[in-house]
Design a protein around this ligand. Structure first.
Ligand code: ADP
Ligand code: MG
Length: 702
């Protein structure tokens, strides 16, 4: 071949790979080059430095190895519980090896008298030690002394790869070659002075150690270094993006707090702002006086009072000669914003209009004119807002409600509505753990309303089992008799949609029988209804014509019916935590005590139990989202799909929160001191951006 082998060499040129295996590596693991494989890390290690004695084992140990002789084997149990149990003995005791799958395969190779090396994680139950699905190797005394005892890397492989000898061991052999030949070509990604400060080993050493650690300690150092790097590069990109945007885009300057704002505050605002609301307004004030575009995420639980903050920010814009708009994900929500804002400011205060898909042509034309000549101050609407014919005289602020429903693309469209892109305030009622927010929205500034208005009665949450259904029905009757309204929500999940719809139908029948006409009226809303019917049914409930709304999760976002004080969630164990929390947020909006009743089957999974207990224990959205993150990992939380957090190989947003904060602070300092990355000591970072050209493409947006 002759050519130099390097990190970018296609994987088929690696000794022992060839075209067929290369094809599989590409398809199965997305490994295309030497470097891709070198950056494919082991997911665990087998401690080959010693053999344990059976007597020493306990349930707290990680994967270990034991040598023993098979005493006996037996298949026991029926159906799902059917398993193969092997008794293994050494000179110190006896333990069990258990298989639930591949019984006949194991049965064929394992027989009494055989001496085996067993790898696996010990479990302890009633003082008995067992290992489920251990790896087995027939003990060969001749090989015992060979090689160095080490921490042996274990790589994830796939069925197809295993069939052509690329199991964990096969991959290990390839890694040995790569580490010997090309690992020294890896370039450093973290500047020396930062490495020194945080005591981080070099890149090359870290990569060698992560594949073939000399000791436990050196493995820890390698992992620490590589985790730091992962988080560092993400934060570097995010904060770089933010800086570019700040440099590139001037922002409208809201220099003064003017008449409208002051008049509203003095004469219209019917309550005292919470401290959290005041703090956020201050943050926004600072942002909008600096002459750069604001990009701020406003997080706050349902009912924390984000709308008032948005309104006051819009008044600030109007006072300074700008227009403002607020975009909601559905027309129902847009309507509600209009109503609650009109309710707060009255009719003749400033000019507000609503624009949705349903706005008639004639009205639209008038609206377009008023927007262009500047006589319309605030526009509230749906996606219709970002359509091309909508042009502003001078848009200074765009508020986006419930940002999960809008993508970056749509944010971009709003930016283009003005020569100077408007300040952006993105509001979400889905609290995200701080660490996740730092990563998902690391290019935005974040404000948090972490306080509910005073005097709000916390929602009482109760968990009832199926056999307590009568209690639930009795409670509904009692609340309806007091004049309250009730939501009854059923799960409707794509994977089990047909069955769920059957349950929904059965549920509707039961409820109609338990709450018969003419005393009771029921609204029914689900995803299969056409939008007009859905809207009609919702409106009946909003107007108080029906007392019960039976729904699938379509009511999750935003409906505001203050008189609805009971939320019953059927099969609550099937919902995720954040979804449950969102649903519960539909009640507790009026002056009355509100309730959330979680109905579940008697058989709960461990996770299901934690979810329901968490809901009963707390109303704090941030606490709930932390628990959700711990249970499900970041990949399943809303909004994470397009973000870099899923590509993390080593770092983990649950366990590495402290490290993430450290890294973020480091990167903030770095850009403060060297915004252009021009300093000699930051040269490798400058090159990083020249090579990878990361971030959003701004020329597309502006
Ligand atoms: P969300 O954060 O869910 O959008 P809203 O802005 O809709 O919350 O506010 C919920 C309710 O609380 C509204 O009726 C609003 O008028 C009221 N509210 C907002 N701030 C306060 C406050 N500081 N004191 C009392 N009530 C408030
Ligand atoms: Mg709201």
């Amino acid at each position: 071949m002759g050519a130099e082998l390097n990190l970018q060499t296609p994987i088929e040129y690696l000794k022992g790979v060839g075209l067929h295996k290369a094809d599989l590596l590409k398809k199965e693991l997305s490994i295309f080059t030497f470097q891709d494989l070198l950056l494919y890390y082991p997911f665990r290690y087998i401690d080959r430095t010693r053999f344990y004695k059976i007597q020493e084992l306990n349930g707290d140990l990680p994967t270990i190895q034991v040598i023993g002789r098979v005493l006996a084997k037996e298949i026991i149990g029926e159906k799902q519980a059917r398993r193969l149990v092997v008794q293994l003995k050494d000179e110190t005791g006896v333990m069990e090896l258990v298989w639930f799958r591949s019984l006949s395969w194991i049965d064929r190779i394992v027989h009494a008298g055989l001496v085996v090396i067993v790898f696996g994680k010990p479990n302890e139950f009633n003082g008995k030690i067992s290992i489920s699905h251990p790896e087995l190797e027939v003990y060969n005394p001749a090989l015992k002394k060979s090689g160095n005892p080490t921490l042996q890397p274990v790589y994830n492989s796939t069925e197809k790869l295993k069939q052509c000898h690329l199991d964990s061991k096969g991959i290990q052999k390839l890694q040995e070659i790569l580490v010997d030949t090309v690992s020294n070509q890896l370039s450093e990604t973290i500047p020396d002075y930062i490495r020194q400060k945080h005591v981080l080993i070099g890149k090359i050493q870290a990569i060698r150690e992560i594949h073939f650690p000399a000791t436990m300690q050196s493995l820890d150092q390698a992992i620490k270094r590589l985790k730091f790097e992962e988080l560092f590069l993400i934060q570097l990109r995010l904060l770089h993006t933010k800086r570019l945007r700040t440099d590139k885009f001037k922002g409208a300057i809201f220099a003064k707090v003017g008449d409208k704002f002051n008049a509203f505050y003095a004469t219209k605002l019917p309550f005292d702002l919470t401290n959290a609301q005041k703090r956020v307004l201050k943050e926004i004030r600072m942002d909008t006086q600096r002459g750069v575009q604001m990009n701020r995420l406003l997080q706050g639980d349902v009912g924390s009072g984000k709308t008032v903050v948005a309104l006051m920010t819009m008044l600030l814009a109007v006072d300074n000669g700008y227009q403002a708009c607020i975009m909601a994900p559905t027309s129902i929500l847009a309507n509600q914003h209009l109503k609650s804002i009109q309710h707060l400011i009255g009719d003749d205060f400033i000019n507000i209009a609503l624009l949705t898909g349903a706005t008639p042509k004639k009205e639209r034309r008038k609206l377009h004119e008023a927007l262009l000549d500047g006589s319309l101050h605030i526009l509230i609407g749906t996606h219709a807002l970002i359509e091309d014919p909508v042009q502003f005289h001078n848009l200074g602020l765009a508020v986006i409600d419930e940002q999960h429903r809008f993508g970056v693309e749509q944010r971009g469209k709003l930016w283009r509505k003005n020569k100077i892109p408007p300040h952006m305030l993105v509001m979400t009622a889905t609290p995200i753990p701080r660490t996740l927010a730092m990563t998902l929205y690391g290019d935005l500034d974040i404000s948090v309303i972490d306080e509910l208005p005073a005097g709000r009665k916390p929602i009482k949450t109760i968990h009832l089992y199926e056999n307590q259904r009568l209690r639930m029905l009795g409670f509904m009757r009692q609340e309806i008799a007091k004049g309250r309204q009730v939501y009854l929500v059923y799960p409707l999940i794509k994977e089990s949609e047909k069955l769920d719809l059957l349950y929904l139908e059965a549920g509707i029948e039961d409820i109609s029988a338990a709450f018969p006409l003419p005393d009771y009226k029921i609204s029914i809303v689900h995803g299969k209804l056409n939008p007009a019917d859905k809207e009609f049914e919702m409106q009946r409930f909003v107007k108080g014509e029906t007392q019960i709304m039976v729904a699938t999760t379509v009511i999750e976002v935003g409906v505001n019916v203050p008189n609805a004080s009971v939320m019953v969630i059927e099969n609550a164990e099937r919902f995720g935590l954040s979804q449950l929390h969102q649903l519960r947020g539909r009640v507790g909006r009026g002056a009355e005590q509100s309730y959330c009743i979680l109905m579940s089957t008697n058989k709960l999974s461990a996770d299901g139990r934690i979810r329901l207990n968490t809901m009963v224990r707390t109303n704090d959205g941030f606490e709930i989202s932390e628990t959700d993150l711990k249970l499900r990992g970041p990949g399943n939380l809303e909004g994470t799909q397009q973000s870099g957090v899923l590509d993390l190989k080593l770092a983990d947003l649950v366990h590495d929160q402290e490290l993430l904060q450290t890294v973020r602070n480091e990167v903030i300092d770095l850009f403060d001191q060297d915004p252009e990355l021009g300093a000699e000591q930051n040269k490798i970072l400058k090159e990083f951006f020249q090579d990878s050209n990361p971030g959003i493409h701004y020329n597309k947006i502006s």
